[in-house]
Design a protein around this ligand. Structure first.
Ligand SMILES: *[C@@H]1O[C@H](CO)[C@@H](O)[C@H](O)[C@H]1NC(C)=O
Ligand SMILES: *[C@@H]1O[C@H](CO)[C@@H](O)[C@H](O)[C@H]1NC(C)=O
Length: 453
C-alpha cells in the first residue's frame, strides 16, 4: 500500500472511531446541574449535594438594609454579578421550557428547577420595590486581588443598585427576561411562584424582555412594543450574556414559523437574521464563524466556550422549531434539515466532552482527562469542612493558587474557557483565559445535553 493510501486508510479509520465514540450525554447532564450547586452563595439547603461547599455571604445586603443573601457566584471569583446571573437563569429556564419532558425522563427536572429557583429567589430579594434592583454584590477589584474560599471572604460586600437616578435598563431587561422565562418553567409545578415571578418581570420592556414577557403572558402589547422599537439588531456575530439579540430573533422566528406573526411589520427581518447567524455558525453562511483547526466554533481566546454553548443551544431549539413547522433552513450554501442542524450540534458537543485532538473533556469531572487546575477560588482551596482555618486574602495565593497540584475539590460539571484556536489547552490555574469556568458557559449546555441524551 502506498503511503498516501495508508494515510487515507488510517484517517478514515480515525473518522470511524470518532463516529462510534459513545459519549454519555446523560452523565454530562447530571454533572452540569451539580455545578450550579457549587456556585451557590448564601445558606445552603439540607438537600445540597455538593458537600465541599459551606454557607457564605450571609450578611450580603446589610450595607443597604436589604436581605441580599443567596444567588450565584458567576465564575472563579466571589462576586455576585447580576448580568451574567440573569442570563444564566434565562438559559436554564429556556432549557426547561423547551426540554421539560427530556429532563423529567432523566430525573433531572427537579434539579433544573432548583437551579433556576436559586437565582429567581435572589432576584425577588434584589427587587424590593418596583423601581429599584440590586445588580451586584461584592466589589470586583478587591475580590480579584484576593484568593479566598467564599466561606472565608474578607473583602467588601458592597451592594450596587439601579434605580431612576442610576438607570440600567439593559440589566433590568435581562432580569425581566429571566423572570418571565422562569415563570414559564414553574407554571406547571408551582403556579403561585410563577405568578410572583411574572409580576416582578413586567417592569421593563426591552426587546429580549419583551419577547419573553410575550411568550410567558401572551399579552399582545409586547408585540406592539417590538413593532415600535423598530430595531432588530442586524445579523449578530455572537450570542452571549452581553448580547441577546440572537435569542430575541430566534423567538420571533418561532412565532413566524407557527403563523402567530406575519412577515409584514418587519418581523421577517428578525427571522432572516436569526437564520443568518445559525448558517454562519454551521459554516454554511456568508460570514462564517471561525473554527479551531479541529473544528470547534471559536470566537476569542478569553472564555471562548460561552459563545460556543450559546450558539449550540440556539441551533438546537431552532432545529426543533423548524421540525414542528416542517420547514428547513436555507443558507447561502444550500438547505439544511433539522437533522443536519442536530448532527452539527452533536459533533460540537462531542468535541467539548473529549472527542478532540487532546482527548480532553472541557467539562470538569467528565471522563478521566479534564482540567485539573481550574481557576476557581473555592475549588482550588481545601474544603472548609476539612480544614476550617480561615484562608486569608493573600495567604490563599501562597498556599493554594501557586500550588502545582490538582485542585482539592472537583468542580463537577463546570465548563472552562476552553481551547485556543490551535486546539491547545494549558491546564494551569494562572491561565484564567482558558481555565476559568462560568455559569453562563454551562447553563446553555443543560438544554443541549437534555436534547441529545
Ligand atoms: C399587557 O401589558 C401591558 C404592559 O405591561 C399592561 O398595561 C396591560 O394591562 C396588559 N394587558 C393584560 C390583558 O394583562
Ligand atoms: C499547539 O501545540 C503544539 C504542540 O505543543 C504546537 O506545535 C502548536 O504551535 C500549538 N498551537 C498553537 C496555536 O499554539
Amino acid at each position: 500500500m502506498s503511503s498516501t493510501k495508508l494515510f487515507a486508510f488510517g484517517f478514515s479509520l480515525l473518522l470511524l472511531l470518532h463516529g462510534v465514540v459513545s459519549i454519555d450525554y446523560r452523565a454530562a447532564l447530571t454533572k452540569s446541574l451539580l455545578y450550579f450547586e457549587a456556585q451557590r452563595s448564601g445558606k445552603l439547603p439540607p438537600n445540597q449535594r455538593v458537600q465541599w461547599r459551606g454557607d457564605s455571604g450571609l450578611n450580603d445586603g446589610s450595607d443597604v438594609g436589604v436581605n441580599l443573601v443567596g444567588g450565584y457566584y458567576d465564575a472563579g471569583d466571589n462576586v455576585k454579578f447580576g448580568f451574567p446571573m440573569a442570563f444564566t437563569v434565562t438559559m436554564l429556564a429556556w432549557s426547561v421550557v423547551e426540554f421539560r419532558s427530556q429532563l423529567a425522563a432523566m430525573n433531572e427536572l427537579s434539579h433544573a428547577l432548583e437551579a433556576i429557583e436559586w437565582g429567581t429567589d435572589y432576584f425577588i430579594k434584589a427587587h424590593p420595590n418596583p423601581n429599584v434592583f440590586y445588580g451586584e454584590v461584592g466589589d470586583g477589584d478587591s475580590d480579584h486581588n484576593c484568593w479566598q474560599r467564599p466561606e472565608d471572604m474578607t473583602t467588601p460586600r458592597t451592594s450596587y443598585k439601579i434605580d431612576q437616578q442610576h438607570p440600567g435598563s439593559d440589566l433590568a431587561g435581562e432580569t425581566a427576561a429571566a423572570l418571565a422565562a422562569a415563570s414559564m418553567a414553574f407554571s406547571i409545578s408551582n403556579p403561585r411562584y410563577s405568578t410572583i415571578l411574572i409580576s416582578h418581570a413586567t417592569q421593563d420592556e426591552l426587546l429580549w424582555a419583551a419577547v419573553w414577557l410575550h411568550r410567558a403572558t401572551g399579552n399582545q402589547s409586547y408585540i406592539d412594543y417590538m413593532v415600535q422599537s423598530g430595531f432588530n439588531g442586524g445579523t449578530r456575530s455572537m450570542f452571549s450574556w452581553d448580547d441577546k439579540y440572537v435569542g430575541a430573533q430566534v423567538l420571533i422566528a418561532k412565532l413566524l414559523l407557527e403563523g402567530k406573526l406575519k412577515e409584514s411589520e418587519n418581523f421577517g427581518a428578525y427571522k432572516s437574521q436569526a437564520e443568518q447567524y445559525i448558517c454562519n455558525c454551521i459554516q454554511k453562511g456568508n460570514s462564517n464563524v471561525h473554527e479551531t483547526s479541529a473544528g470547534l466554533l471559536w470566537w476569542q481566546p478569553w472564555n471562548d466556550l460561552q459563545y460556543t454553548t450559546a450558539a449550540l443551544f440556539v441551533t438546537t431549539v431552532y432545529a426543533d422549531y423548524l421540525s414542528a413547522a416542517k420547514s428547513t433552513l436555507r443558507c447561502q450554501v444550500g438547505s439544511l434539515t433539522p437533522t443536519n442542524l442536530l448532527a452539527f450540534v452533536q459533533s460540537q458537543v462531542n468535541y467539548i466532552l473529549g472527542s478532540n485532538p487532546r482527548g480532553m473533556s472541557y467539562m470538569v469531572g467528565f471522563g478521566s482527562n479534564y482540567p485539573k487546575q481550574v481557576h476557581h477560588r473555592g475549588a482550588s482551596i481545601v474544603s472548609i469542612k476539612q480544614d476550617s482555618t480561615p484562608v486569608t486574602c493573600k495567604g490563599g495565593y501562597e498556599a493554594w493558587f501557586n500550588k502545582a497540584a490538582p485542585n482539592p475539590n472537583v468542580l463537577d460539571g463546570a465548563l472552562v474557557g476552553g481551547p485556543d484556536q490551535g486546539d491547545n489547552y494549558s491546564d494551569s490555574r494562572q491561565n484564567f483565559q482558558q481555565a476559568e469556568p462560568a455559569t453562563a458557559n454551562t447553563a446553555p449546555m443543560v438544554g443541549v445535553l437534555a436534547r441529545l441524551a
